[in-house]
Design a protein around this ligand. Structure first.
Ligand code: KIV
Length: 270
């Protein structure tokens, strides 16, 4: 049997990266084919985000996606991944306000998808759920700042924690999550100076999205950075491709070839 040279990324590797000031790269993926490409490119962390509700299922918010649907996406990703650490979002309604349900949801994800960790949105309000999941030996990633599962409370997707009170609560929550034993925290859409302060104060890695460069790593939604999703263009998003136009152009060319009986040609038949 050929020996594999691939060294799996673990939560300990991420901790080491913070200590050595090496940046952590993280992207979302929701299916086998994309996860295979992203993993083979060398990404450190793959997030099976509940943003699947938006980019895979077409919902306006992340709220409708179910635990079964997240497990389906996570299992597909896990069949593809050899190296990256795979983190799965606990969907809305499966962990808030009931730590026993939170534990059972996290266990289902780990058992049925074989993923490496789970992610939960929130700080003090959900600390009981986080404690209980951690006590079962399941690694937890936190998520502070703009937490899309709370969109009905916030009302908008604007930058969070621009005022002192909310910024102070975010710093306290970050300390609480780190002390509880979370292995990393996503900081979404908050002022860069606040993200830098949190990153300096806590010992676990921070992964930013719209949080500036002075964090330990960055995450983007794959469909946004590839330009598949054209409607979403916040300031923090860097587009590396315009796949919407590329795919559309290819489909148009295929349609033309079929209509003109140019496809298949003699070499493309038996
Ligand atoms: O669901 C998701 O994709 C996320 C990222 C935006 C961090 O939580």
């Amino acid at each position: 049997m050929k020996a594999s040279k691939i060294t799996k990324v673990t939560t300990h590797v991420l901790q080491e990266m913070k200590l050595r000031e090496k940046k952590i790269s993280m992207l979302t993926a929701y299916d086998y084919s994309m996860a295979r490409i992203v993993d083979s490119a060398g990404i450190d962390v793959i997030l099976v985000g509940d943003s699947a509700a938006n980019v895979m299922a077409g919902y306006k918010t992340t709220l409708p996606i179910t635990l079964n649907e997240m497990i389906y996406h996570a299992s597909s990703v896990m069949r593809a991944v050899e190296r990256a650490l795979v983190v799965v979002d606990l969907p809305f309604g499966t962990y808030q306000g009931n730590s026993r349900e939170a534990l059972l949801s996290a266990i289902r994800i780990m058992k049925e998808s074989n993923a490496n960790a789970v992610k939960l949105e929130g700080g003090k309000e959900i600390i009981e759920s986080i404690d209980r999941i951690l006590s079962a030996g399941i690694p937890v990633m936190g998520h502070l700042g703009l937490t899309p599962q709370s969109i009905n409370k916030f009302g908008t997707y604007v930058v969070r924690a621009t005022q002192d009170e909310e910024a102070q609560k975010l710093v306290e929550d970050a300390h609480l999550l780190a002390e509880a034993g979370c292995f990393a925290i996503v900081l979404e859409k908050i002022p860069a100076v606040l993200a830098e302060k949190v990153t300096k104060e806590i010992k676990i890695p921070t992964i930013g999205i719209g949080a500036g460069s002075k964090v330990d790593g960055q995450v983007l939604v794959l469909h946004d950075m590839l330009g598949i999703n054209q409607e979403f263009s916040p300031r923090f998003l860097r587009r590396y491709h315009n796949l919407y136009e590329e795919i559309k152009g290819s489909v148009e060319a295929y349609i033309r070839d079929v209509k003109n009986v140019d496809f298949p040609n003699e070499r493309e038949q038996y």
